[in-house]
Design a protein around this ligand. Structure first.
Ligand SMILES: [Zn+2]
Length: 89
């Protein structure tokens, strides 16, 4: 079992909408580039807010992903929140 070192942001970023922790998702492009983005756990796993077949409200409409390279910049003040991107969900 591969043990990954705890990321500096693990468990430290929380969704302002549902309160779930942000989790990292890796996306591999055709050219081999791997881009890691951080997104709300609920939105990542359940999508936008909706009612599931059991009648329970699920999902999250935060609609934002955090680019890992820009996540590093969170530690420093930014002139504008350019690290907030539409998630495309
Ligand atoms: Zn959320």
């Amino acid at each position: 079992m591969e043990q990954q070192p705890n990321h500096v942001f693990s468990g430290k970023i929380r969704c302002g909408l549902c309160g779930a922790a942000f989790v990292a998702r890796k996306k591999r492009y055709q050219n081999g580039t791997v881009n890691k983005k951080w997104g709300c756990f609920t939105a990542t796993n359940e999508g936008t807010s909706h009612i599931d077949p059991m009648g329970n409200p699920v999902g999250c409409d935060i609609g934002l992903m955090l680019r890992d390279d820009f996540a590093m910049e969170v530690l420093k003040p930014l002139p504008k929140p350019s690290w907030l991107l539409p998630s495309g969900l």
